[in-house]
Design a protein around this ligand. Sequence first.
Ligand SMILES: Nc1ncnc2c1ncn2[C@@H]1O[C@H](COP(=O)(O)OP(=O)(O)OP(=O)(O)O)[C@@H](O)[C@H]1O
Ligand SMILES: [Mg+2]
Length: 407
Amino acid sequence: MTRVLIVLPSASYRTADFVAAAKILRAEAIIATDAAQVIRGRTASPRMVRVDPLRPEWSARRIVEFAEEFPLDAVVAADDGGVVMAAVAAKELGLVHNSLEAVRATRDKSTMREIFARAELPQPAYRIIGANDDPSRACTEVGYPVVLKPVSLSASRGVIRVDDAEAVLAAVARIGAITAEAGRDPDEPILAEAFLPGTEIALEGLLVDGDLEVLALFDKPDPMNGPYFEETILVTPSLLDGRVQDQIASIARAAAAALGLVQGPIHAEMRIDDGQVSLLEVAARSIGGLCGRSLRFGLLGTSLEVTLLRSALGYRGGPSALQAAASGVMMLPISRAGILTNISGQEQARAVPGIVDMELTIPIGSHVRPPPEADRYLGFLFAMGDTPRTTEESLRQAHAELTIEIR
Ligand SMILES: Nc1ncnc2c1ncn2[C@@H]1O[C@H](COP(=O)(O)OP(=O)(O)OP(=O)(O)O)[C@@H](O)[C@H]1O
Ligand SMILES: [Mg+2]
């Protein structure tokens, strides 16, 4: 039987989707994870391999040992935390993989900036602030407003805009605390970047032997000006001018090539100001949270997970045109820190025309926090429509029906 190992964090939203995808492809899914998984949905329990994202080499050895007994046909990482161990293990097993250097670069925002700079790709001015460097000086050199961020986190954790020298030290201390809480070295470097004005997009792509196919280009219609950067609405197809879209795709291609990524998904983020495209970053994974559920391909509505596993298993072709004329997702914003006590209006939200699904991902009674500390998503609304604008409107209307009580 075809066997695919998927590296997923225990808190992943996507385990059931990946397990279901493997089943559709008649492959056995093996889950490599850091703790016992709670798998929702009706899926037979998959086999597990215990790994630790903070120890990628050790984890890769566990995967290789498993494969000695049960040969694997592909090793796939579902998120950032798994890409290094997946690359090491896949290399060892002679399976398709990205180089270790390439995936490592995507896990360190400062290394990525250096690589993009060498490749002369468009990006903001930046400085890397080491533990012994003066952060205010770095910010002055970059020029205010500045965005400060930890080099190793994702989902906008610890990303803070500062407008003047007075705000720098407090932001640096806050980032140190967030980094420590995430189990990283609190003294790891901080990246200071010039704040890029303009609109933001996300490109979902799939690399096959170095060729990039654009699966979807999402607009982010809510302004993200900080000081913290909470993601809300993503809608595809993009309404940007076709020439700008072509430029985005070619920058994504060049960025993947500069990093040395050749296989598997990429998630690239860029900002566009006055027709000028600048790179935020490129990750060697697919879109985060449950956002991938907004993408359905071909007439049968093939999922993103099926698309990724198919490709990892070496099947070529398959549907890549999006099923709906337009689709979108909204990550429900968290207004403030506290205990989530109730979410009312759910039926009304689901009944809004264009809304196809809603999934709440934090149980009532849980402690929630907005960015920059947030480490979980409250939930997701999904919409389809005839145009990106009506899809966005459905998401806004559905969100307006919800009353999210945080005490
Ligand atoms: N230099 C910048 N100028 C303007 N906005 C920025 C800049 N850097 C980051 N941001 C904003 O902060 C968000 C998160 O930053 P970044 O993508 O670097 O970190 P991240 O933690 O990987 O986020 P995610 O996982 O959501 O992609 C970006 O999507 C963008 O909205
Ligand atoms: Mg990002």
